[in-house]
Design a protein around this ligand. Structure first.
Ligand SMILES: Cc1cc2nc3c(=O)[nH]c(=O)nc-3n(C[C@H](O)[C@H](O)[C@H](O)COP(=O)(O)O)c2cc1C
Length: 175
């Protein structure tokens, strides 16, 4: 149900210090739950969004390699902390600091995923938008089938230059 007619606009919605944006999905990434603040920021009602793929709020500025990293980690049953730029229904954007985890049954099978998002730190917002813009630019030099590999290589090069892993970068920035 992703509405391709939504155009990004240069208007930011900023999370409040005490906000938690929560959502849950099934194993395929379809939304099964959102809290009140999730719907407020996304701009959809519960009825409109339940059962819909989580990429409904994907912002076109996001590099594909970041979502690839997210899915590799959560499909392996590991958690990830990541910065994500999201797009509301009205085209405005909002940055989040997301923690995404897999929910497992007693046999260790993935039954869904869970995400809690906080306001990103000011330090992160000084760095991450330009890092992601560079990754996206790199991806866009390649045909679709090679974009994730190209973005991932550029991300690894950037992390090597900084001497940190993605996790270390995120933890340092969030403080
Ligand atoms: C629990 C959970 C939460 C997610 N939250 C977001 C989110 O806030 N924004 C987003 O763009 N993608 C989120 N995703 C990732 C999307 O499922 C999707 O991979 C991403 O939007 C990229 O879309 P695409 O694969 O169509 O390019 C989440 C996935 C899961 C499992």
């Amino acid at each position: 149900m992703k509405d391709k007619s939504i155009q990004p606009i240069d208007h930011e919605k900023v999370m409040r210090e005490d906000d938690f944006i929560v959502s849950k999905t099934d194993p395929k990434g379809r939304i099964t739950y959102g809290n009140r603040i999730f719907f407020e920021f996304a701009g959809y009602t519960e009825e409109e969004i339940l059962g819909v793929q989580h990429n409904v709020i994907r912002h076109p500025d996001m590099p594909r390699c970041v979502f690839n990293l997210l899915w590799v980690r959560i499909n392996a049953g590991e958690e990830i902390f990541a910065y994500v730029k999201n797009m509301s229904r009205d085209g405005s954007y909002y940055w989040v600091y997301a923690n995404v985890t897999a929910s497992l049954d007693i046999n260790g099978n993935i039954v869904g995923f869970y995400s809690v998002r906080r306001k990103p730190s000011a330090a992160a917002m000084e760095i991450i938008p330009s890092v992601y813009a560079a990754l996206l630019a790199e991806e866009q030099k390649h045909p679709a089938k090679d974009q994730i590999a190209a973005g991932t290589a550029a991300l690894e090069a950037k992390l090597n230059e900084l001497g940190v892993s993605y996790d270390q970068l995120v933890y340092q920035l969030q403080g």
